[in-house]
Design a protein around this ligand. Structure first.
Ligand SMILES: N[C@@H](CCC(=O)N[C@@H](CS)C(=O)NCC(=O)O)C(=O)O
Length: 324
């Protein structure tokens, strides 16, 4: 059995152990998944030639950069990209060492649950002082800095500031990058609400009528409004960004965040997006394709670390897509 086949078999096995989801939140039988071998190794450096899918999860990256950067731990629901993907893309684009805890560590899922336990006031960790609790994942821990951050934009702002991923370092670009990332995340939330317009606590089938109405409005009114905005931002920054970057002349977390939303929408609404791509030439012809080709991003997208879309924010329900 090849590594790829083995991984796919493991993935299917793990999928079988996931109960149905509510609003994209997997409810996992912990006792069974804890017995499973990790299907993916700890990701530390995407460019590390030593990295091999069958090697045990290393605690730290064996690269030169490891001596300069602490290892970051990502805590997110396993097996689908979800909001964790905004963080993974930032890590991968910048070559920041990280561990995707629930996807690679035995006991990783318990670690996530400890941080979002609805009765807890603190999250116990095996060594050192306990962590603050979080309302929901994604969560990033930087153990060597005694730091725990939740909320996607807060995590991105931290990574942006510490890894030169928020423009040229000026206040103006830092806040511009953050505003654009927040706008992309607004679009992400609306994409989620197109299939769960009433509540994350109901199954899609229980709110399908409302979803049909909501997604029609989302496709016809909201998508073009957001796309027009981002296309104009790219035009406004064309002198420096050449259509490849939203802010200045280099990649920022606003770019990777928007890219992930566009990619998710292409999966969820293929017909709608095929039509919209022709309307927003700069956004799709230039920006989408060039972010995909950025070195760290490209390596990541080609790797097995990139999880397939499933029951997360981006779901493909043909009835919610454009019909003609
Ligand atoms: N605004 C938060 C939203 C976090 C969030 O909604 N996380 C989802 C998974 S993507 C979740 O587990 N939510 C649980 C809940 O809302 O009860 C962020 O951007 O991080």
């Amino acid at each position: 059995m090849s590594i790829g086949e083995c991984r796919r078999a493991c993935f299917r096995l793990r999928q079988l152990q996931l109960r149905p989801t509510l609003g994209g939140l997997p409810l996992v039988k912990r006792s069974t998944r804890e017995q499973l071998p990790p299907t993916r190794t700890t990701t530390t450096m995407t460019t590390n030639p030593q990295h091999h899918p069958s090697s045990p999860p290393p605690k730290y990256a064996h690269t030169r950069r490891e001596s300069f950067h602490p290892v970051h731990e990502l805590l997110y629901w396993p097996d689908f990209p979800g909001r964790g993907e905004f963080i993974r893309l930032a890590f991968e684009a910048k070559g920041i060492p990280y561990t995707d805890v629930t996807n690679t560590e035995v006991g990783g899922y318990d670690k996530l649950l400890a941080h979002i336990d609805p009765k807890a006031t603190h999250a116990p960790v095996p060594s050192g002082p306990s962590d603050p609790i979080a309302f929901a994942p994604p969560i990033v821990r930087v153990p060597t800095e005694n730091l725990t951050i939740s909320q996607t934009p807060a995590i991105l702002a931290y990574l942006g500031a510490h890894h030169h991923f928020a423009g040229d370092g000026s206040e103006a670009q830092k806040y511009h990058v953050h505003s654009l990332a927040l706008t992309a995340l607004d679009l992400n939330d609306e994409a989620h609400d197109s299939h769960h317009p009433i509540s994350v606590n109901f199954y899609y089938e229980e709110q399908k009528q409302e979803a049909l109405r909501r997604s029609k409005d989302f496709r016809e009114k909201r998508i073009p409004k957001f796309f027009s905005f981002f296309d104009r931002v790219l035009q406004g920054n064309f002198d420096k960004g050449k259509g490849k970057y939203l802010v200045g002349n280099k990649l920022s977390y606003a770019d990777t965040t928007l890219w992930q939303v566009l990619d998710g929408l292409k999966y969820a609404f293929p017909k709608e997006m095929a039509a919209r791509e022709k309307e927003f030439e700069l956004l799709f012809g230039t920006f989408y394709n060039s972010v995909k080709e950025e070195k760290g991003v490209k390596l990541y997208l080609e790797s097995e670390r990139r999880l397939p879309y499933g029951n997360g924010v981006y779901r493909h329900y043909p009835e919610l897509d454009r019909q003609e």
